[in-house]
Design a protein around this ligand. Structure first.
Ligand code: MG
Length: 253
């Protein structure tokens, strides 16, 4: 399927869906403290998104159907963690990934947050994932290949001393939550091949960082993705639109 090029009015609709995602994140961030459960975060996100006329788009997605309204990935779970009743504790990290459908358009963004005070090692990991995301978004220009974005993501992740999670990727977004193109956090195949970035493209970039091994396995819940090294990871994500000569973040308040 060809990569969709969105008209300004369509980008406005995608911006609205992503603004709802951003506002849900802003609501949850101050709740992340020792003692809160990921189920409580999920309930608050769903209450808010529903009250604003949106729908939590991850719920029931794919097979087996994703059981949560949002993804909550604690410590060694890097992505796709499912909300539960275990209280977060000081020193944990929690990845919160929120997907929304609003008026038939989709939004998607994720953060990893420290719970209370965390170790320097932990802070460094979390900061590397957000710094990677923002630096690569700044560097995107129409005309470059999508694979060039993957190369920049990989370079930033490895320069910070971490390794990208293999087999998972960023993606186009629009009328469905996951569309073409797939945007890996590392280069696979020849870097000078494949589609180019064009005005009107809207996609999600989501660096997923592991400490040692990028090889992963999925836990018994059939969703939670961990590195085979068993160590903690970090994940950040924004939805961006190519407007004029740059990538504008749609999922920031
Ligand atoms: Mg995504």
């Amino acid at each position: 399927m060809a990569i969709a090029l969105r008209k300004p009015k369509e980008i406005d609709a995608l911006r609205a869906a992503n603004q709802l995602v951003a506002r849900a994140h802003a609501l949850l961030a101050p709740m992340v403290k020792p003692g809160v459960t990921t189920r409580e975060l999920e309930r608050e996100a769903e209450r808010f998104i529903t009250s604003e006329g949106g729908r939590c788009s991850f719920k029931g997605l794919y097979h087996p159907p994703f059981p949560g309204a949002i993804c909550t990935s604690v410590n060694e779970v890097i992505i796709h963690g499912t909300p539960n009743d275990t209280p977060l504790k000081e020193g944990d990290n929690v990845g919160i990934d929120i997907g929304v459908e609003l008026d038939g358009w989709y939004g998607d963004a994720a953060v990893t947050l420290p719970v209370g005070g965390v170790s320097d090692e932990e802070r460094c990991l979390i900061e590397a994932s957000s710094a990677t995301l923002y630096s690569v978004i700044e560097a995107i220009r129409p005309g470059m290949r999508i694979k060039e974005i993957s190369r920049m993501l990989e370079e930033a992740i490895t320069a910070a001393g971490f390794t990208p999670l293999l087999g998972y990727c960023g993606h186009g977004i629009g009328r469905s939550p996951h569309e073409e193109p797939s945007i890996l956090n590392y280069v696979e195949g020849h870097p000078n091949q494949g589609p180019k970035v064009k005005e009107g493209m809207v996609f999600c970039l989501e660096p997923m960082l592991c400490r040692e091994s990028g090889e992963s396995r999925v836990l018994e819940d059939q969703w939670s993705v961990v590195s085979v090294d068993g160590l903690r990871g970090s994940h950040y994500e924004h939805t961006v639109a190519i407007i004029g000569s740059r990538a504008e973040i749609l999922s920031l308040e």
